[in-house]
Unconditional design. Structure first.
Length: 287
């Protein structure tokens, strides 16, 4: 299975979930009633509709019957979508160090055609060197044994293959100057990290900008976030907000719109890609 196939399974799961929700709402059926029909809870229906769980063919068949979907071609298409949605992603093998709420993000990240992010605490995971990633993981997981740290770093490096793959997304990243100046791993690690940023910023699919301290207050006041767009027209833009023990996935147009506008302002107010590279060079010479 290729990375795009396994990432696509997450998208299909979300697509199927949203279609099941629309069918249920069109019939005026509550989640509780839908759950009862498949011998499950209301929360199980909620997780299915959000694309957070795998699908059993029997459950999908029973729900389609409940929702009045009797046309064979439509049923077959949705059941086929369920089978494709159940494909296991490459990241499944990292389940020992990958929380369930982040597995969804990794799948979405791999399926996106456009990624736009703002980072303030540290360099974004897709741009971290191995040494920098090791320092970040060690700082964030002080109780983790070395083997667990190495597994987490390996996962991060595996994710980075996305940026150089045949279907690499357009990647726009705005880094707060604080992320560049906050040391992780010592001077040599930071020098290697800054050199890597200078290199990757030249990639045709990467736009890297820095929000300088000198600008003062700016549109990223709410903290780090990621906006994901997908080639599938049925899938809405999603904003990902990571927390300490969980994450939020926003897809309501009005909420996503606020983050889109924040990104537009960040892009307009940050240093240009060329001036951002100049600043990276200055920081490198300071080390």
């Amino acid at each position: 299975m290729t990375a795009s196939e396994s990432s696509g399974s997450v998208v299909r799961r979300i697509l199927l979930g949203s279609q099941l929700r629309r069918l249920r709402e069109a019939r005026g059926i509550t989640r509780e009633a839908a759950g009862y029909s498949i011998r499950a809870s209301e929360s199980k229906i909620s997780r299915m509709e959000l694309g957070r769980v795998s699908f059993k063919a029997r459950d999908i068949e029973d729900l389609l019957t409940l929702y009045g979907v009797t046309e064979e071609a439509e049923r077959a298409a949705l059941l086929g979508l369920a089978r494709e949605a159940n494909l296991t992603g490459w990241w499944h093998s990292y389940g020992d160090v990958l929380p369930g709420w982040f597995q969804t993000y990794v799948g979405l990240e791999g399926a996106a055609s456009h990624l736009a992010v703002y980072e303030v605490q540290f360099i974004h995971g897709l741009l971290q060197t191995e040494g920098y990633a090791h320092a970040v993981v060690t700082r964030g997981q002080p109780q983790a044994c070395e083997s667990e740290v190495e597994r987490r770093v390996a996962l991060r490096l595996e994710r980075q293959k996305l940026l150089v793959s045949e279907r690499a997304p357009a990647f726009h990243v705005v880094l707060d100057e604080a992320a560049l100046r906050r040391p992780y791993g010592g001077s040599e690690v930071m020098r290697a990290q800054l050199r890597h940023l200078l290199s990757v910023s030249e990639a045709p699919n990467v736009t890297l900008q820095v929000m300088p301290f000198a600008f003062g207050g700016h549109a990223g006041e709410s903290g780090a976030f990621t906006l994901l767009r997908f080639p599938e027209s049925d899938l809405p833009d999603i904003v990902y907000l990571e927390q300490l023990t969980s994450a939020l996935y926003l897809d309501k147009p009005d909420e996503v719109g606020q983050y889109e506008r924040a990104l537009e302002r960040l892009g307009a107010d940050s240093l240009s890609p060329e001036k951002s590279r100049d600043l990276l060079g200055e920081l490198l010479r300071e080390l």
